[in-house]
Design a protein around this ligand. Structure first.
Ligand code: GLY
Length: 359
């Protein structure tokens, strides 16, 4: 069990195998309300809906499901309005709370709606993808998209509990699994050489599914994310920026290739390889460390080279990234476990690195 220490907004992250069955008991113990409004997607509902509703009912809690279509398109005003209206219809006893059971899209949509419904009702994150378990379920950033960009309408709103059940990962396909592993590699690289070493040792066996060996890895990543969020809950002190390692070009690549072209983790893996190249070219990082990072990424089946795309298409969204504030700021690396924020990286250098990473 990991605690995210944020004064009265503190909460626990429970990572384990089979912990979903304890959802109802934990919600009841935390006194979140009597009526659980469960937001999910069609796949998660079909596969885990029964476990969720039985667990809630065993604890004496009423529940209903709101099933949002799979994919980023659900992070929209239309879906948000449908959800809020269904939530208001269900909220007869005025004791409603929200359960977000799904990947990052469900977590962001449900978390945002929980933040704005009646100016905030309690919500619980039940992340069902590896990516969501190690990253998006923790930290309290919730958002929906505008056509001008992703996550442009949002709120900081912490969950009351995060329940990460590794057994749910059995249903992930290889690409989804690898996408989550990209974020675990990122945590090792930015913060924890021991985690990085563990991932190197386990890479041969950890290729998919719901292995219990993932539990300490998910716990380590959650602890790192929690520690960073504790220091910079609202993204104000600059501490959260290191979580962006590989994401500056990663986000740009996702946008340039069209969402769905690369998974988030694949784009971040390429972004991390580029960040290592930039670090090397600026004389910050040694060749051996850069090689280890690239090998670890490829051992999880992640790409480190990108399909050709016009540099303009990459540079444009990256320069518009809301974290940029007009400066070409990159999270780079001086060694594994030691990130470094570098301002004013010349665009010409970024262009060279990107060109050398095209297949
Ligand atoms: N919800 C993701 C974050 O706060 O980073």
């Amino acid at each position: 069990m990991i605690t995210v220490h944020l004064k009265e907004r503190s909460y626990q992250i429970i990572a384990g195998s089979g912990v979903l069955a304890s959802l109802g008991r934990r919600c009841a113990a935390a006194d979140l309300g009597s009526d659980a409004f469960c937001v999910t997607d069609p796949f998660v509902k079909a596969r885990y809906g029964k476990i969720i509703s039985s667990s809630l009912s065993r604890a004496g809690l009423a529940s209903t499901f709101f099933v949002a279509p799979s994919g980023e398109k659900s992070k929209s005003f239309d879906e948000c309005r449908c959800l809020l209206e269904a939530l208001a219809r269900f909220d007869k006893n005025k004791r409603v709370f929200v359960v977000a059971a799904g990947g990052g899209v469900v977590g962001d949509l449900a978390g945002f709606c929980a933040a704005v419904y009646k100016r905030g009702v309690a919500y619980v994150q039940v992340p069902t993808t590896l990516l969501a378990q190690v990253d998006s379920s923790i930290g309290g950033k919730t958002a929906i998209d505008l056509k001008h960009g992703k996550n442009l309408v949002g709120a900081f709103f912490q969950p009351k509990l995060v329940l990460s059940d590794v057994s749910l990962l059995a249903s992930l396909n290889r690409r989804q699994f690898a996408s989550g592993m990209a974020e675990t590699v990122k945590y090792g690289v930015i913060s924890d050489p021991r985690l990085f070493g563990l991932l190197e040792r386990k890479a041969g066996t950890l290729q998919s599914g719901a292995s219990r060996e993932l539990v300490p890895i998910i716990a380590a990543c959650s602890r790192i994310k929690a520690g960073i969020v504790e220091k910079d809950e609202r993204d104000e002190t600059g501490k959260r920026i290191i979580l962006n390692f590989g994401h500056t070009l990663g986000h740009a690549l996702e946008a340039a290739h069209g969402y769905g072209g690369y998974t988030h983790g694949e784009a971040v893996a390429i972004g991390m390889a580029c960040a290592c190249d930039l670090s090397r070219r600026l004389g910050l990082l040694d060749a051996e460390s850069a090689g280890r990072i690239e090998r670890l990424l490829t051992s999880f089946g992640l790409p480190v080279k990108m399909r050709p795309v016009a540099f303009r298409a990459i540079a444009e969204p990256y320069l518009r990234d809301k974290k940029f504030k007009g400066k070409s700021r990159f999270v780079l690396l001086s060694k594994i476990g030691s990130p470094r924020v570098v301002e004013d990286v010349p665009l010409s250098l970024v262009r060279e690195v990107v060109a050398s990473r095209m297949v």
